[in-house]
Each structure stands twice: as structure tokens, then as C-alpha cells.
Design a protein around this ligand. Structure first.
Ligand SMILES: [Zn+2]
Length: 230
């Protein structure tokens, strides 16, 4: 009887260990059962944990091993390159959870779109998340029409967002005006979302059919909180 109990305990421990592995990472079946709304809730819950300083155990070593032969990420995030916005960390996600595309000012181009189409249509991600952040240096540069090598061309892509923001006098439309910069940060995320829909038939069709959602949010450098754009 004792031997039997011991065996049972060993089996239970083994089953629990397997369950822990399953919880740590999304499987192919779990990924296909996800909806865009479930993924969005998952990411925003992760950000709440990050804000509270309670980011979970990503079981990094297990995840490296488990994901080596395949990946089933939940979302693709397009974010700025800013060192203060580490994407997986601010959403409390681990290895294998997210595709991340990064470029200063989180603007889209053909290569980013190709990456998003791969992430969603081919690799099953359910959400495209455009993530801007407060006090973005690229946005400030675009507000001031900064010029430097290849950066000039990149900032040109943000200019339509700068020009679209209304309600400020000409002398208020520069990087010294925090309120103006924050408006442009938001407008730039909205514009990127629209550009994605306009420039990618694959993604706009997937969104129209409800297979994916395209959402935008702003990360606050002071609080770590991400606010979804309505
Ligand atoms: Zn930035």
C-alpha cells in the first residue's frame, strides 16, 4: 500500500510538472482556440502585473527547450526601439509568446507588414498591437523636423501625424511642448493602424473576418501603464 501511495505521488508530481510546462507556453491547439479579445485581455493583464511589479516566472529554460521545434505566439507587437519599453517585459510575456517588430516611432513599412502577415496568416497570431510611448524621441524629432542621415527619411513617415494634430498655434508645435508631443504620439499610433489596414490586404481582410484585431496603445514612461486607444 505504501509503495502504491509512493507511486501515486510520483505520478501526480509528474502530471503536475507536465501541467506547469503546458501553462508556461501556448501549444498549437491552445493558440488556435484563442480569440483576438482573449489575447488582448491576456496582454493587458500582463501589463497590470508589470505595473504592480509582479511579473511572473517565464520559466525561461523550459521555454527555450519547448519552443525550439515550433512557435505558437499570441500576438505581434509593433513598437518603438526605445530602451525603456522592453516589449515582452511590459506585457509580462515570455519566450514564444510574442512576435515583436521594432522601429523608431513605430511606423509601418513593407517589411513590417510582411512580418505581420507572416505572424498572423502563417504563424497564427491573433492580435496586431501598435505600441507607442510617451515622450518618444522619434516623435519629438519629427515635430522639430530634425535631420540626420537615414533618420531624416524615417521621421518623414511620422510627419503626417504631426501635421494632423490640430488645436495648437504654430509656436506651440514643437518638441518643447509636452502636450503637443503626446497628441502626436497618439495620432501616430492611430495613423500606423490605418496605414496597416490600407497597405495590407491580407491583414485588413483578416480583421474584417474577425480572425485578428488591430489595436493601438500608449506606454507611459512614468508609470509603466499601457492605455488602449479607443
Ligand atoms: Zn520612441
Amino acid at each position: 500500500m505504501k509503495t502504491m501511495n509512493r507511486k501515486l505521488r510520483i505520478v501526480s508530481a509528474f502530471v503536475l510538472a507536465l501541467a506547469a510546462v503546458a501553462n508556461a507556453q501556448v501549444t498549437k491547439e491552445e493558440q488556435s482556440a484563442l480569440t483576438p479579445d482573449k489575447v488582448l485581455t491576456d496582454l493587458m493583464d500582463g501589463n497590470a502585473r508589470f505595473v504592480a511589479g509582479k511579473i511572473g516566472d517565464p520559466e525561461i529554460k523550459k521555454r527555450v527547450t519547448n519552443s525550439a521545434d515550433g512557435q505558437y505566439p499570441k500576438a505581434i507587437v509593433l513598437s518603438c526601439v526605445d530602451s525603456r519599453v522592453p516589449v515582452e517585459m511590459v506585457f509580462d510575456q515570455g519566450i514564444g509568446d510574442l512576435f515583436v517588430a521594432r522601429v523608431a516611432g513605430n511606423v509601418e513599412d513593407q517589411d513590417q507588414l510582411g512580418s505581420m502577415e507572416f505572424a498572423t496568416k502563417l504563424a497564427g497570431a491573433k492580435l496586431v498591437f501598435v505600441l507607442g510611448h510617451s515622450a518618444c524621441g522619434a516623435i519629438k524629432g519629427a515635430c522639430d523636423r530634425a535631420e540626420l542621415g537615414n533618420l531624416t527619411g524615417l521621421l518623414t513617415k511620422i510627419r503626417p501625424a504631426v501635421d494632423a494634430v490640430e488645436g495648437f498655434k504654430p509656436e506651440q508645435r514643437n518638441s518643447a511642448n509636452k502636450a503637443f508631443v503626446e497628441k502626436v504620439v497618439e495620432q501616430n499610433v492611430r495613423q500606423t493602424m490605418e496605414d496597416i489596414r490600407k497597405d495590407s490586404q491580407v491583414l485588413s481582410e483578416m480583421e474584417a473576418s474577425g480572425t485578428i484585431k488591430i489595436v493601438g496603445g500608449i506606454y507611459d514612461l512614468h508609470t509603466g501603464k499601457i492605455t488602449l486607444l479607443k
